[in-house]
Design a protein around this ligand. Structure first.
Ligand SMILES: C[S@@+](CC[C@H](N)C(=O)[O-])C[C@H]1O[C@@H](n2cnc3c(N)ncnc32)[C@H](O)[C@@H]1O
Length: 391
C-alpha cells in the first residue's frame, strides 16, 4: 500500500489488515455488479464483522490511536453531564443507557459523580455494536468501579421498555451516510467502485429515497442546490431515533456530536460536504483509502435530529454548544479545589477545560441536543444557554 501524501504510512500489520478489508469490500462490489452505495461502503469499512474499523483490534482512541473524544480528554465532561442528568434520573427513578461507550471513560466519570451526588441509576446499560470495544469497557469498569459492576449491563439490542436517561456521545457521526452531488438540477448518488488504483467514486441517478431527501432539503432552505454541489445525508439517524423513542417510556435523551443546523449544513459555501476521516490524528477527506484502518465520520444536521425526534413523539427540550452547556452546567463546581492543586495539576486541568470549551477547540463545533418524553424536566443548564431557535 502506497503512503498517501501528508498522512503517516500505515504499519505492516495495519496495511495487511486493510488489504483484507479492501478485499472483502471489493468482493461485495463485484457481487453487486460493479458498485455499491457510499453508505454501504462506509458500513463495511467501519463495521464489517471481524474486519471493520470499529470491530477489529487496533487502538482508536487517545495518543496511540486516531482521534480523541471529550470523555477521553477529561473526566470533567462526564462529571458535568452527571450533574445535569441527576434530576431526570431521580424523577424517573430510572436507568441510564449509554450508546457506543467507546473505552468506557464516560461511564466511569458519570457513575463516579452520580455516586457522589447520591443519584446512581438503578442500572447502567450499555449498547455497543463493537464486541472488541465492549470487552474493553468491561475490563475498564471492572477495574475502576468494581463495587458498581452489579448495576452495569451490556445489551445486545434496543431494550423493550426503558425509563431514565439515554446518552450518546459521538455515536450519530459514526452512522453511515449517503453522499450526493448535483448535476444541473439532477441529484446523483455517489457509489463506490474500483479501478486499478483502488476504490473510486461513480455517480448514478439517485434512488427515490435520497432524491426525496435532497428535494426536502431544497424546500427547507428555499433554494435549489447549485450544479456541482456535494454533500451528505444520513438515512440511519431518523430510524435510530424512532427506535430509541419507541423504547423510551419516560425520560431524557442527550445526543452530543459535531454538527450544525440544516441551514448551515447545506449552505451554498459548504459545497464539499461534511465527511471527515481520522487516521493517527490526521484529519482528511478521502474515505476511500485506508479501508478499515481509519475512522470515517460525518457531521450532524441537528435540524434533522430535531425533526426526527418530533416525528417520533419526543419533545426537543434544549440545544446548545458543548462549550456553553459545560460552562452553564456546573463546570465551575468541578473546579472548586483548583486553588489547592499543584501547578502541574492546574496546568493539566486548564488544558482540559480549554479543549472542551474553547470555540476553536470542541466548544463550538460540538453541540448537545436534549430530547424528552413524559414531561421530564430538561437538564438545568439549558435555562441559561438554550439555542433551539438556531435549529
Ligand atoms: C466515535 S466512537 C465514540 C465513543 C465514545 N462515545 C466516546 O465518546 O469516546 C463511536 C462509538 O459508537 C459505536 N456505535 C456506532 N454505531 C452504533 C450504534 N448504532 N449503536 C451503538 N453503538 C454504536 C462505536 O462502536 C463506537 O463505540
Amino acid at each position: 500500500m502506497k503512503p498517501k501524501p501528508g498522512l503517516p504510512a500505515p504499519d505492516p500489520a495495519g496495511a495487511a489488515h486493510s488489504e483484507r478489508v479492501a478485499g472483502h469490500i471489493g468482493r461485495l462490489i463485484d457481487e453487486a455488479g460493479g458498485d455499491i452505495p457510499f453508505a454501504a461502503f462506509m458500513q463495511e469499512a467501519l463495521y464489517a464483522p471481524g474486519l471493520g474499523y470499529y470491530v477489529a483490534g487496533a487502538p482508536k482512541f487517545g495518543a496511540s490511536g486516531d482521534f480523541v473524544t471529550a470523555p477521553e480528554i477529561s473526566a470533567l465532561f462526564g462529571y458535568v453531564l452527571a450533574r445535569q442528568i441527576a434530576g431526570a434520573l431521580g424523577e424517573t427513578g430510572g436507568d441510564l443507557l449509554e450508546f457506543g461507550a467507546g473505552t468506557g471513560a464516560l461511564a466511569v466519570a458519570l457513575l463516579e459523580r452520580l455516586g457522589e451526588l447520591d443519584a446512581l441509576p438503578r442500572r447502567y446499560l450499555i449498547l455497543e455494536v463493537s464486541a472488541e470495544l465492549r470487552e474493553c469497557q468491561e475490563r475498564r469498569l471492572a477495574a475502576e468501579l468494581p463495587d458498581l459492576m452489579d448495576r452495569i449491563e451490556w445489551l445486545d439490542g434496543m431494550p423493550a421498555s426503558f425509563s431514565g436517561v439515554v446518552i450518546a456521545n459521538e455515536v450519530l457521526d459514526a452512522m453511515p451516510v449517503e453522499r450526493f452531488r448535483m448535476e444541473g438540477n439532477s441529484v446523483l448518488e455517489a457509489r463506490v467502485s474500483r479501478d486499478d488504483n483502488g476504490f473510486c467514486f461513480r455517480y448514478a441517478p439517485a434512488p427515490r429515497q435520497l432524491e426525496g431527501a435532497v428535494r426536502r432539503i431544497e424546500e427547507y432552505t428555499g433554494s435549489a442546490l447549485p450544479h456541482g454541489y456535494q454533500s451528505e445525508w444520513s438515512p440511519g439517524i431518523a430510524n435510530w431515533i424512532r427506535d430509541v423513542a419507541a423504547a423510551l417510556h419516560a425520560g431524557t435523551i442527550l445526543l452530543i456530536d459535531y454538527g450544525v443546523s440544516r441551514r448551515e449544513y447545506y449552505a451554498p459555501d459548504r459545497d464539499s460536504g461534511w465527511l471527515r476521516c481520522h487516521f493517527r490524528h490526521h484529519v482528511h477527506d478521502d474515505p476511500l483509502i485506508l479501508a478499515g484502518m481509519q475512522d470515517i465520520t460525518a457531521w450532524i444536521d441537528f435540524t434533522a435530529v430535531a425533526e426526527s425526534a418530533v416525528a417520533a413523539g419526543l419533545d426537543v427540550c434544549g440545544y446548545a454548544t458543548q462549550g456553553h452547556f459545560l460552562l452553564h452546567g456546573g463546570l465551575h463546581l468541578e473546579l472548586e479545589e483548583f486553588a489547592l492543586m499543584t501547578q502541574r495539576e492546574q496546568a493539566e486541568l486548564s488544558g482540559q477545560v480549554k479543549l472542551l470549551t474553547l470555540p476553536a477547540e470542541m466548544g463550538e463545533n460540538f453541540k448537545i441536543i436534549a430530547l424528552s418524553k413524559g414531561s421530564v424536566k430538561p437538564p438545568p443548564a439549558f435555562a441559561e444557554c438554550d439555542s433551539r431557535h438556531r435549529l
